[in-house]
Design a protein around this ligand. Structure first.
Ligand SMILES: Nc1ncnc2c1ncn2[C@@H]1O[C@H](COP(=O)(O)OP(=O)(O)OP(=O)(O)O)[C@@H](O)[C@H]1O
Length: 639
């Protein structure tokens, strides 16, 4: 008979829920308890019952079981979801219950049973793939789980694979939510959601920020699970020991801060400081997804499959307070201290973003994708993942009107930053849906569209004009332009990669890209006002529409250069950087530079980032013009 806790009214042996006889308690959650029961009508076959909690004042905690049954019923066609017994719903003294298949150990218990909590590569891969498939199934059925954690995956009983780590079912749909409407269309992101969902250890950054959760958030939690299986722990768990030992930060704050740090540098998730590249790639991919995006499960599978088959080197194991080498189950596993020195909580909290997120403390990622298998590269390329996102949208609102030309040149090789006179430049108006240039019809060469107008001293429209003209004619900047001035039709939403696979989600020019910017922050482009916020949106639109093909490896390479820029060492590396840009195709170049803006906006002063953003806006407009010219030229040659 299970011990009775002080506050809760427990069921015990001898209690019958109609035909179901309670055997023992096997699980205790926040709102419900789980017992093993036998079916008195059917040879005492074993099942599990989940029943609402009740305290001694006879208050039923919440009635979540009733809501969960509704969800579970709709998910019964999804194989990795825990099976319900159809006639197994009822109430006992006002407490709702449901009868389900009896499962075995959950993933948390499984992990704790392994030395140092680390799961061997083969088992890890199989668990990662199975749990991913479970989430994919749930998502395809129109639900987000929202509480993905190891304790919510349990093995089927007596499964042959149970010792090797197979046959997992997903359980606990207490806070699951339908994310599609009746027609199967994703519901828009809810603003001002304001509630924390899930468990602190595995919650996504969005959950910490109390934002509405989507499919990507289940996958963030899944990634943390995979990392934990690989590493034996998560850095914020180790640090939360510190928190409980008197740190000024709560475990939740610590977890959020470290997760944000890991966004920029996923390697901090590893106790050795070296996370497998496949997991770095998953982190980068998830970071690039928007709220409404359908996750690319195939890509995630490929990354998992590419995990090394040899166990990761063991981190230096600090002495545990209890003297054990292996942490006991369900305890904070590791003593705080040297496990994650590079991710150790700082004494002062970092500055906060306007949206409530902490500023990352690591300036740039040192991630490299060089070790990813070619298949993953190709897949990422074909599907347009680029290791960059607007994950921290809206954190800046600087609106400088001017930028120095020298700054523009800085990125492409001119090493003198901010030494030349400021030249007013604003963004060109973004073109609407791509039009065929009029000249195409008769086969003549198209002219650069006249949208830029004639220069006028200092005014915004003059600036647009000047930008386009300069890019076209000026020797220095023209070198970037030369990369665009090729017979490449990058006006395609997403061209097939050289591996012949078409991009999965081609977007047409008039299709709005998915956007998880809150409406209030979505600043419409204005040709008369420059500034970061204005630049980001059109850039993003362009990106999603037309440039979904930046190789992740290239981004990682440029990331290092962004670090150089950040450290103010551009002069040494400028030439090299310029050469690198010239080898990229226009979309890639723009994409990477846009990524750099993102990086700079988080790591340098607002003004500097805004200036670069402005420049990129101008460059994007110029690239449009180039695309039209290239198209026209090709047409001309064909005729
Ligand atoms: N069908 C089952 N068979 C065996 N054990 C189960 C079953 N369902 C749940 N459990 C065990 O009971 C624990 C608690 O169950 P569950 O997560 O559904 O309850 P909860 O109250 O929603 O929990 P939490 O508050 O942690 O989210 C699980 O971690 C699992 O170990």
């Amino acid at each position: 008979m299970p011990p009775l806790l002080k506050r809760d009214v427990k069921l015990g042996e001898g209690v019958n829920l109609q035909r179901w006889a309670v055997v023992k308690r096997i699980g205790d959650g926040g709102f419900a308890e789980v017992y093993e029961v036998t079916d008195t009508f059917k040879d005492d076959e074993k099942f599990a019952v989940k029943i609402d909690k009740q305290d001694k004042r006879k208050d039923v905690r919440s009635g979540t079981v009733k809501a969960e049954v509704k969800v579970l019923r709709q998910l019964q066609s999804c194989p990795p979801v825990c099976r319900l017994v159809p006639e197994g719903e009822g109430t006992h003294e006002g407490r709702s219950y449901m009868i389900m298949e009896l499962l075995g150990v959950n993933l948390a218990q499984f992990q704790h049973s392994r030395p140092q909590g680390r799961i061997q590569p083969d088992a890890l891969k199989s668990i990662a793939l199975e749990t991913l498939a479970a989430l994919e199934g749930v998502h395809q059925a129109g639900y987000i789980h929202r509480d993905v954690k190891p304790a919510n995956f349990a093995q089927t009983q007596g499964s042959a694979a149970s010792t090797t780590g197979g046959d997992w079912r997903i359980i606990d749909f207490g806070i699951a939510r339908r994310f599609v409407d009746d027609a199967g269309r994703p519901l828009p992101k809810r603003e001002d959601f304001g509630e924390f969902r899930g468990s602190t250890t595995y919650a996504s950054i969005h959950a910490h920020l109390k934002q509405d959760l989507g499919r990507r958030d289940d996958l963030w939690s899944w990634l943390y699970i995979v990392v934990e299986m690989h590493e034996g722990n998560l850095p914020w768990r180790a640090a939360s020991g510190d928190a409980s030992a008197g740190s000024e930060h709560s475990p939740k704050e610590t977890a959020m801060r470290m997760k944000q740090q890991a966004l920029d540098d996923p390697h901090v998730l590893s106790a050795t400081g070296k996370l497998p590249e496949a997991l770095v790639a998953i982190s980068s991919y998830l970071r690039s997804t928007c709220f409404v995006d359908e996750p690319d499960y195939e890509l995630l599978r490929e990354c998992i499959a590419s995990l090394p088959s040899t166990p990761a080197p063991a981190p230096r194991q600090p002495a545990l307070p209890n003297g054990h080498a292996t942490p006991p189950p369900a305890q904070p596993q590791y003593a705080p201290g040297p496990m994650w020195p590079h991710a150790a909580p700082t004494s002062a909290p970092p500055p906060m973003y306007a949206n409530g997120g902490a500023h990352p403390t690591v300036p740039v990622s040192h991630g490299s994708f060089a070790q990813l298998p070619p298949a993953s590269y190709a897949h990422m390329h074909a599907h347009g993942y680029y290791g960059w996102s607007y994950g921290a949208q809206g954190q800046h609102s600087g609106h400088p009107q001017h930028m120095p030309v020298s700054y523009m040149q800085g990125y492409t090789g001119n090493s003198t930053l901010q030494q030349q006179p400021h030249v007013p430049i604003t963004l060109s108006a973004p073109p609407g849906p791509r039009q065929q240039p009029p000249s195409q019809a008769n086969g003549s060469t198209a002219q650069v569209p006249a949208s830029t107008g004639a220069p006028a001293s200092g005014g915004p429209s003059a600036a647009s004009s000047q930008t386009a003209a300069e890019f076209d004619a000026d020797g220095q900047l023209g070198q970037i332009g030369s990369a665009f001035d090729d017979d490449e039709d990058f006006g395609q939403a997403a061209r097939p990669h050289s591996n012949g696979r078409a991009a999965k989600r081609p977007l047409t020019a008039d299709q709005e890209p998915p956007d998880d910017l809150p409406a209030s922050k979505r600043v419409r482009f204005s040709p008369t006002v420059g500034g970061l916020a204005q630049a980001r949106d059109p850039l993003k639109d362009r990106w999603v529409r037309r440039m979904r093909g930046v190789p992740v490896g290239a981004v990682a390479e440029m990331e290092k250069r962004a670090g150089v820029v950040y450290r103010g060492q551009l002069s040494e590396k400028g030439k090299e950087t310029k050469e690198l840009f010239r080898t990229l195709d226009p979309g890639e170049g723009l994409g990477i530079m846009a990524w750099m803006v993102d990086s700079l906006s988080r790591n340098t002063d607002k003004k500097g980032a805004s200036q670069v953003a402005q420049w990129l806006g101008s460059l994007a407009a110029f690239s449009d013009e180039c695309a039209i010219r290239c198209q026209a030229r090709r047409k001309f040659r064909q005729t």
